[in-house]
Design a protein around this ligand. Structure first.
Ligand code: ZN
Length: 501
């Protein structure tokens, strides 16, 4: 280990410990903390966040980092140390570019604005939220402008925070192709949506039995209960303290069986990624997934490509029927598979089917781009939103709660985040195509043998943590960088077959 890196290590360890404590509080807030805890606990969180910032942003670390970036020092670093220095430099650039007083003001704003958003959504009143959204956008434009370089636009700076491999030209190419090929298909399928009946899904399903089955599913996929736990929360999510402590949550609805099943599979996909990160990387700045997009590729790989396939359910469907015989004993596997792949018109992104999901993302991407190119005012956003839904999906919201107000992201200032969902979904298809060339995936699934699939992902993706970016992973694994065609072709083939087009 280089002498300079050795000096840096205690600072990294302290920052990691503080971050772990913050994560644990976040987990607790979302799962078990009593409702009344919020105000007092937020004081604790404030102090921890402050200490975290100070542990990283200070003169000592700044000097060490500068030294480590010099050529001579670089020659002495191991690959892992180099990756850590690179990752640290990225967070430094992000955190240091914003003057502390503006950062504080912005944090105060977003803690209020997310509450204002929740209330405005409940009251279906966009005008109550619009002034806050305006302020958030102004801040984000200013923050992005501090970091604009190498010919990037402010929106590209924000996109890069979630997925560094994709610039606007890449996303435009992906989304234009997707729109041209998939929008006509969605409209065709919408005409035949009634041909699939899945009324069985909205019968009454005992919550405890759902929990039990979902736990079984997570374990079946490889979730390690010695290094992970499952709890409940309003919105399912995954959180890791390190690779030996990975936590997921589920949400259970009495009249919607699919909802809990597919969230369980989705979050297990995220969890497997974190559990499989190499021991040498965990608790370092590169000890997590490569990017938001890469993470989402792993959850969606299991949720859609594996979890909605006939082969996956063949060995375990019987177990589901046994859990709910009163609802499912007359539903053959073929009918269940059609049900879980049914496409129907939907205005809400989180409830969208696999075929139209990406169109919801494209709409948000196009609107964000307009916002940051100063092509639309905050007052005009609902109109633009509704028009895009009409144009692309042929359906339009009748109120703002099911339109412009439906997602929480903007109220936290998360602009540039949405495309990672689409990138991840497309990456999953690319990996799947390649995996099928390398091993008999269908056969393994039908045998109930998930291990080779999980090990393939571990050895080619998971174990590297954030030491490689999305395109580097894809190139090493598939021999080529990101290519959306696999995803587009997969959707076309699957849904033309399913709806006999
Ligand atoms: Zn996810």
């Amino acid at each position: 280990m280089s002498k300079t890196f050795e000096k840096l290590k205690p600072y990294l360890d302290k920052a990691m410990a503080l971050q772990t404590a913050r994560s644990l509080f976040e987990w607790d807030t979302q799962t078990l903390a009593p409702f009344g805890a919020a105000d007092n606990t937020s004081k604790v969180n404030g102090i921890l966040s402050d200490e975290y910032m100070k542990s990283l942003i200070n003169d000592d670390v700044r000097q060490l980092l500068k030294k480590l970036q010099e050529e001579q020092e670089q020659a002495e670093l191991t690959d892992l140390e180099k990756a850590i220095v690179k990752e640290l430099a990225k967070s430094y650039e992000q955190l240091e570019s914003i003057p502390p007083e503006e950062y504080k003001e912005y944090n105060e704003l977003t803690s209020i604005s997310s509450r204002k958003w929740a209330k405005a959504k409940k009251d279906n009143s966009y005008s109550d939220f619009a002034p806050y959204l305006q302020k958030i956008i102004d801040f984000k434009k200013k923050f992005a402008s501090y970091r604009v370089k190498d010919g990037k636009t402010p929106y590209e700076v924000l996109l890069g925070d979630y997925e560094e491999c994709f610039m606007i030209k890449d996303l435009d190419a992906f989304f234009d192709k997707f729109k041209a090929e998939i929008i006509p298909l969605v409209k065709e399928v919408y005409k035949k949506t009634d041909t699939i009946d899945k009324s069985y899904n909205s019968l009454n399903y005992d919550i405890e039995k759902q929990k039990e089955f979902c736990k079984y599913l997570s374990g079946y996929l490889g979730f390690d209960f010695n290094r992970g736990v499952i709890a409940e929360s309003e919105h399912p999510f995954t959180l890791q303290l390190h690779n030996h402590d990975v936590r997921i949550t589920g949400r259970y609805l009495e009249n919607n069986l699919e909802s809990s099943i597919f969230s369980a599979i989705h979050e297990t996909g995220h969890a497997l990624y974190e559990m499989n990160i190499d021991d040498s990387l965990t608790q370092t700045p590169v000890g997590t997934g490569a990017s938001m997009g890469m993470h989402e590729s792993q959850s969606r790989f299991f949720e859609n490509l594996i979890g909605r396939s006939y082969d996956f359910w063949e060995p375990i469907y019987e177990k589901l029927v046994e859990a709910f015989p009163e609802n499912l004993q007359n539903i053959p596997l073929e009918k269940f598979i059609k049900g879980i792949n049914k496409v129907s018109p939907c205005l809400i992104r989180t409830e969208a089917d696999e075929l139209s999901y990406c169109i919801h993302i494209i709409i948000r991407y196009e609107i964000e781009k307009m916002i940051f190119n100063n092509e639309v005012t905050v007052d005009d956003l609902p109109k633009v939103w509704n028009q895009k839904y009409q144009d692309y999906l042929g359906i339009a919201p009748t109120n703002d709660s099911e339109g412009i107000l439906q997602d929480i992201h903007w109220s936290f200032g998360e602009f540039g985040y949405f495309p990672s969902y689409a990138i991840g979904t497309a990456v999953a298809s690319q990996i799947y195509e390649y995996m099928k060339e390398k091993m008999p995936v269908s056969e393994y699934l039908r045998q109930g043998n998930i291990t080779p699939i999980r090990e393939f992902l571990r050895d080619n993706i998971h174990k590297y943590g954030a030491t490689k970016n999305t395109n580097e992973i894809l190139k090493d694994l598939c021999g080529e960088e990101f290519k959306p065609d696999y995803y587009i072709n997969y959707l076309k083939e699957k849904y033309s077959r399913l709806y006999e087009l």
